[in-house]
Design a protein around this ligand. Structure first.
Ligand SMILES: [Zn+2]
Length: 363
């Protein structure tokens, strides 16, 4: 008897520290690197690691291939309870290549929902999050390695230049707006036609599939660095039918960030910043997402020096935390406003027949 008991005590004494060490080792590799900007491979490796370590909470899906043959990846995050068909918050980042903090914020959101799951379980009880941390990987790599100020894709565009501004390439109001949308060498070139780019087609197809399955509630597109929460329409001054709901959520997000870090985030309908067609938030709202926002994150350091698109690496962690405060607030409010008992109003006809702006004919 005593021998058996002491054997058990001995085993527990040995096994427990081993288990503890193993757990700690796993946890340290789960951490997202926040002291430098990851490149495309680094982003993919981190996603692959989480998908291996937490197979019941995160699934990766290859949703497309870019012009330069990089994989477009969607991370589908759930709480692992096995319930299918939950409502979805769909978030993308880096449609604009040079906005380096946006993939960080998307990855940090995935980290918070998957690794720090217990603290954020409320965001996953009835909702899944579908997150595309690099919606424009060709442009992102080009911005990181060749020309930091690059914001478009890398596809030859019919002029003597490359690239299309993905946030002008969606179909609602396509081509409307300032003249440089039509210049193939301009930063804001809208493209030869709506959805000329595989990256915008991929985001569009995800939106359509979430609408057809009646799951899509909120589309959230991450941008930087002008410290704003923007809602539709961008192409037209008419307010959307649930304008008030958008204002309420935008103000809640801005308040949460202000209380936490003192950063002032303005809230406005997109058209107030500049009227143009082809934005992803207009398209998401048009096809039936009841909530659609662009979150323009801050690029300022703690002394309010504005580094715009490229905050120094020592500020990444602080800005990632600030953006998470905002993203969490978006999620909390969307979930509160659209519980499973509230119908999502669909507009099926719009999936096959999007509106075309006046500028469309010009292309
Ligand atoms: Zn942007």
């Amino acid at each position: 008897m005593w021998r058996t008991l002491s054997a058990i005590v001995f085993l527990v004494a040995i096994v427990n520290p081993l288990a503890e060490t193993r757990r700690l080792r796993l946890r340290s590799s789960d951490q997202l690197q926040l002291d430098e900007y990851l490149d495309y491979n680094g982003v993919m490796q981190y996603l692959d690691h989480l998908a291996r370590a937490y197979p019941d909470r995160i699934t990766l899906k290859n949703v497309g291939r870019t012009y330069e043959n990089r994989s477009l990846k969607l991370a589908m995050v759930t709480n692992g309870d096995g319930r299918l068909g939950k409502r979805v918050i769909f978030m993308d980042a880096a449609l604009h290549a040079r906005e380096w903090m946006t993939p960080v914020a998307a990855l940090y959101t995935i980290y918070k929902l998957v690794v720090e799951f217990e603290e954020n379980a409320d965001l996953l009880a009835d909702f899944d999050w579908h997150i595309m941390p690099l919606a424009n990987p060709d442009g992102y790599e080009y911005s990181r390695k060749t020309n930091t100020r690059w914001m478009k894709t890398r596809t030859p565009n019919g002029g003597n230049c490359n690239g299309t501004d993905l946030d002008r390439n969606f179909e609602v109001g396509f081509g409307l707006g300032f003249p440089d949308l039509r210049g193939p060498c301009d930063h804001n070139f809208a493209g030869r036609a709506p959805f000329s780019e595989v990256e915008s087609r991929t985001v569009r197809d995800i939106m359509h599939s979430l609408m057809k399955s009646e799951r899509g509630v909120m589309y959230l597109s991450l941008h930087s660095p002008i410290r704003r929460v923007i809602y539709p329409w961008v192409y037209d001054s008419t307010p959307v039918p649930n304008h008030g709901e958008h204002i309420e959520i935008a103000k809640f997000v801005a308040d949460q960030i202000f209380q936490s870090t003192g950063t002032v985030i303005k809230t406005l309908q997109g058209v107030q910043y500049g009227e143009f067609g082809g934005s992803s938030i207009d398209y998401a709202f048009y096809v039936g997402f009841p909530l659609s926002f662009a979150f323009e994150m801050s690029g300022m350091d703690h002394n309010h020096v504005d580094y715009k698109f490229f905050p120094p690496t020592w500020e990444i962690r602080r800005l990632a935390d600030e953006s998470w405060t905002g993203i969490r607030a978006f999620g909390k409010k969307a979930i509160e406003k659209y519980p499973p008992s509230r119908a999502i109003h669909q507009s099926e006809d719009r999936l096959s027949n999007p509106s075309r702006g006046e500028g469309y004919a010009a292309f």
